[in-house]
Every structure is written in structure tokens, then in C-alpha cells.
Design a protein around this ligand. Structure first.
Ligand SMILES: O=C(O)CCC(=O)C(=O)O
Length: 305
């Protein structure tokens, strides 16, 4: 790595330069435009700031009932259309192919086409959701990914994202998981060590091992940093909305008794260097709201955004 790349890398991982150098325009613009978040949104952002995770539901987040129903209908269709791939995923779930989550089928494909009119994009762009993401970041964020995850049962040792890890896309990273099946202990719930995100109080780092270039660790190492009794297992019924900053320590998808079905979307700052995970059409139709337009703008390549 050249000295310049090292400096840029270090700057991106240091909160003041990340915000006031790399994402200055987006931060100032948001501060100028922002309004206070109402009730449930405010509670979610407070919980994200403190713990790095917040659980809510379609009932508590008023105004999302219709789009949630639409999502469920669309996913019913996808599930039926993917019956053969699901059967294959089940037969290969316990394979230990390195670097591949054989236990996870992404129903929109590995690189879904970005379609702003689809229910999958409209949910991430919904003002209620986008306001939470933007308020948590304190800037206008971008949507880098959405998909439907169908996790199938595995019986082997935890591997890949079933082990503890931190995502690396950005300084803050917000994922929203919307539950499309009831998720209890046996369905491999997303599990989080509260306070281990950048805004959190826990600065100690667990001892890791390297799995295919990614640092991971087992429960024993995690427990040395935060006792298991304090981990948050994000169990919940259909309609649960789980928001998490996946820059903090997390794991999930170790479904032992039953499959898990969730909608996922991912928000980063405009200057995150992580590649977009969807395929962008030549022209993204212009959207009405400013936050929506910025959320689907192409990732910023320069350093001031
Ligand atoms: O499947 C899960 O719950 C874990 C997800 C995860 O590791 C991630 O989204 O980064």
C-alpha cells in the first residue's frame, strides 16, 4: 500500500476525518435540512447510538403496514419461483466451501438489479426508514444493497457469518432486517454485542482468527469482552424490524431447527469505498424527495461528499 493510500485508509477510519473531510458536504447538507424525528424513530436512533442495535416492528413504525404487506406478497412469489434452488441450497448447506455462505440463498440473486420502483427499493427509501438511517449517520446516506435472505438449516460447526465478526464497508454501517418469518432461537437469529460499534463504549477488541481473509472469533473470545448474558439475540415474530450497525460485533444465521426469511438493506456514507452490491441501470429515474435522490446517487468517488 502506498503512503497516500495508507493515509486515506487511516482518515476513513478516524471519525472526525471520516465525517469532516470525506463526508463533509453530506453532513452539512443534512444538518441544514434536518427535522426532529418523531417518537419511534427517535427511540430507535437513541438505541442505535447507545447499543448499535434497535428492535422495532411494523406496528410500532406507523405508516409501513401497506408496503410490508406488499413485500410479503412479493416474497411469497419469489419463494415459489425458487423452490428448486432452495432444495439445492438445503442439500449443500453444510458444505464447507471456503468463502461461500452455502446456508444462505439470496432470492434476488447475488447482485440484484437496482429497481427504484420495486417494493425492495421502496422500503429502503421509505421516509420513515431513510430518516432513521440519516439521523443515525448525521448525514445523507446511500443505499448499497437490498435482498431477501432465505437461511436454511445447518448442523455443522459455525462458519462464515455464523461466527462473530465486524463488517468493514464503512465507519458506521446500518443494516435493516425485516422479518418475514418468525425468528426464534432455532431459526439462527442475528446476534449482537451491544456497545461494540464505533459510537459504543466497548473499545477492547476480541482475539480473532483469520477465516479466508476475514477476522472472526468464537463465543469464548466474545465472552471475554462482553459476557454472553449481555448479548442481544434479535428474536422476534414476522413484522419485526431489526436495525443494527454491523461495524459492531455480530453473528447470525446458525439456523438449527427451522429456516429464516428476512428482507435486508444496507446504508453507508456516500464515500464508503465498498462496491455497490446491486447492478445499476444506465439511468436511475429521478426520485421526488432529496433524501431519496441522494440515497440512490452513485457512490462518491472523490473525497468530499
Ligand atoms: O445472517 C446473519 O444474521 C448475520 C448477518 C451478518 O453477518 C451481516 O449482515 O453482516
Amino acid at each position: 500500500m502506498s503512503i497516500r493510500s495508507r493515509l486515506v485508509y487511516a482518515g476513513r477510519h478516524f471519525m472526525p476525518t471520516w465525517r469532516y473531510v470525506f463526508n463533509l458536504r453530506s453532513t452539512l447538507d443534512y444538518r441544514k435540512d434536518r427535522n426532529d424525528l418523531p417518537g419511534e424513530g427517535e427511540r430507535i436512533v437513541e438505541s442505535l447510538n447507545r447499543d448499535g442495535i434497535a428492535l422495532s416492528s411494523v406496528e410500532r413504525l406507523a405508516g409501513l403496514e401497506n408496503i410490508f404487506l406488499e413485500l410479503r406478497q412479493a416474497v411469497d412469489g419469489l419463494e415459489a419461483a425458487h423452490a428448486a434452488q432452495l432444495a439445492e441450497a438445503r442439500s449443500q448447506a453444510d458444505s464447507d466451501e471456503i468463502g461461500r455462505k452455502t446456508f444462505l440463498l439470496q432470492l434476488l440473486g447475488e447482485h440484484p438489479a437496482l429497481d427504484p420502483e420495486s417494493v425492495f427499493a421502496r422500503l429502503a427509501l421509505h421516509p420513515q426508514i431513510l430518516r432513521i438511517a440519516n439521523e443515525y449517520f448525521g448525514m445523507y446516506t446511500q443505499i448499497r444493497y437490498y435482498n431477501i435472505w432465505h437461511t436454511v438449516i445447518t448442523l455443522g460447526e459455525p462458519r462464515e457469518s455464523q461466527l462473530w465478526h465486524k463488517d468493514r464497508e464503512d465507519h458506521l454501517i446500518l443494516k435493516l432486517f425485516v422479518y418475514l418469518s418468525d425468528i426464534d432461537d432455532g431459526a439462527g437469529p442475528f446476534t449482537y454485542a451491544p456497545g461494540t460499534h464505533f459510537k459504543g463504549r466497548i473499545k477492547a477488541r476480541p482475539q480473532t482468527f483469520n477465516e479466508n481473509g476475514v477476522e472472526r472469533w468464537r463465543d469464548e473470545e466474545m465472552a471475554k469482552i462482553l459476557p454472553a448474558s449481555q448479548w442481544i439475540k434479535a428474536t422476534g415474530p414476522i413484522g419485526t424490524f431489526a436495525f443494527a450497525d454491523t461495524r459492531g460485533c455480530h453473528k447470525g444465521g446458525l439456523a438449527r431447527d427451522k429456516d429464516r426469511l428476512v428482507y435486508v438493506c444496507l446504508f453507508t456514507s456516500p464515500t464508503s469505498q465498498a462496491p455497490e452490491l446491486f447492478i445499476r441501470p444506465k439511468m436511475v429515474p429521478s426520485l421526488e424527495g432529496k433524501a431519496q435522490r441522494l440515497a440512490l446517487a452513485p457512490p462518491a468517488r472523490g473525497i468530499f461528499a
